[in-house]
Design a protein. Structure first.
Length: 452
């Protein structure tokens, strides 16, 4: 690399550290932001130095957690691994991850790169990263923001998959009829399906009642609904049905603090004790395990890596202050909110909720989706509910329509959190459900107090 680029890379890193120190641009200027215009092929040049082709993870929910799980597994296997801390809705997050790990001379020493991309970014991800392995987690229509809707996204993905070869490998959630019916029919790459098989997980779901067969348009029938529209489905008109997964979880036990399950793989079963709760995290773990198996990792190493994983950025992070615990849960669409509530109902503690909602449009805070969430479930439970943030009034109105009484409303997020924690009894637990910007603001405050 030339002296100019080396100097620019060193300056870029310095600016990024300064931005982080003084909390500029939402706490930081990602490394690589300044140099990218001087080095258009920055991402591609750094990725080409990886020992192996990168892994791409995409879908609506679970990209960050699946990336973290897979990184833990590969690191436990002795591989130097990079992974994005946040979902890339542009190449900036990927560039940031690469630049942080590189020397000022532009050298990068790593075995694997694991990058979580927004579903809209898949074309750009392929052209820049040149991956061989893709993990397709899920596609929830209530969280899909794509011009032209799901049909347009299906057509774009299908065109992309038709350009791939048998050297490429797609790992697909068999329980998602949108993925399986809309995107992978007749594509050239190898396909491996993963999923969850446990009849005890059956639930009633509004999303499943409106999911159509993407081959003939008939509303699908379900033998079992496990999460949103995920489950064991079939079409009564054309006969199409859920493909049989090669790797899947059974004997699933979800508790308020952890999850236990067995993953069946071609190399043998592995019993996992995961330190995160929620069926969605079981799906994330199975997705990561499927990727690890395809990369040749042994089952014992997969189990150890999964069990080592800890929560990240508001994804069931746990904070204890004066014997009172807060659980930080990121919500970004109706499915994530519904599943978070489902998780809280497993808790034996008295229910206390703090909703932090930001509605600043320029910060991605459009919270109109709260009207599609199943908040009516709170009306049947005796709960203490606090609401805060610039979007508090929107949520209070939604809760009123759901027949749910709000205990207190506060615009200031930091003040609401500490007041709520202060008035809780010892050994009580607070479930904090926050949109992205509100979660970032709260976490910054907790970091300053050195409790996170």
């Amino acid at each position: 690399m030339g002296l100019l680029r080396s100097a620019a890379l060193a300056l870029d890193k310095s600016i990024s550290r300064a931005a982080d120190t003084f909390e500029l641009t939402r706490g930081r200027i990602p490394p690589g932001t300044c140099i990218a215009s001087l080095w258009p092929r920055l991402a591609g040049d750094l990725i080409s130095q990886l020992e192996n082709e990168p892994v791409i993870i995409t879908g609506t929910n679970g990209k960050c957690t699946t990336s973290r799980f897979l990184a833990e597994i590969l690191q436990h296997a002795g591989h130097e691994t990079l992974h994005t801390q946040e979902v890339a809705d542009s190449l900036d997050e990927v560039i940031s991850t690469l630049v942080q790990a590189s020397s000022i001379q532009g050298g990068l020493h790593a075995d694997y790169g694991i990058f979580g991309f927004d579903s809209r970014m898949l074309y750009e991800a392929v052209s820049t990263c040149n991956p061989r392995l893709f993990v397709l987690n899920n596609l929830y229509l209530d969280g899909l923001d794509f011009e032209g809707g799901p049909d347009a996204l299906m057509r774009e993905w299908r065109r992309l998959f038709n350009t791939l070869t048998v050297e490429h490998h797609l790992l697909i959630n068999a329980d998602d009829p949108i993925l399986c019916g809309g995107f992978v029919r007749g594509v050239p790459p190898r396909v491996t399906y993963f999923g969850v098989e446990d009849e005890r997980l059956a639930i009633e779901s509004r999303a499943a009642r409106f999911t159509r067969c993407y081959r003939c348009g008939t509303v699908l029938s379900y033998r079992l609904v496990a999460l949103a529209h995920l489950g064991d489905y079939w079409c009564s008109t054309c006969g199409w049905e859920r493909p049989m997964p090669t790797i899947y979880a059974i004997n699933v036990e979800i508790q308020s603090n952890e999850s236990r399950f067995r993953i069946i793989t071609p190399q043998g079963p592995l019993d996992v004790h995961l330190g995160l709760t929620g069926l969605y995290n079981v799906y994330n773990a199975v997705a990561a395990a499927t990727a690890a198996v395809s990369l040749g990792v042994k089952t014992a190493t997969i189990r150890a890596g999964l069990e080592k994983a800890v929560p990240m950025f508001g994804r069931d992070e746990r904070v204890t202050i004066h014997n009172r615990q807060a659980r930080l849960m990121l919500i970004k669409n109706p499915t994530s909110l519904n599943e978070t509530l489902r998780t809280t109902f497993m808790d034996g503690h008295p229910a206390r909720y703090l909703f932090l909602v930001d509605d600043e449009i320029d910060a991605g805070g459009d919270v109109s989706w709260i009207w599609d969430a199943d908040l009516e479930v709170l009306a049947t439970r005796t709960s203490t509910i606090y609401v805060a943030g610039s979007g508090a009034d929107h949520l209070v109105l939604r809760l009123k329509h759901a027949g749910v009484e709000v205990t207190e409303v506060n615009i200031d997020i930091d003040d609401a959190f500490h007041q709520t924690m202060r008035h809780m009894p010892d050994n009580a637990r607070l479930w904090v459900m926050a949109t992205d910007t509100a979660m970032f603001e709260l976490r910054q405050s907790l970091k300053e107090l050195d409790v996170l």
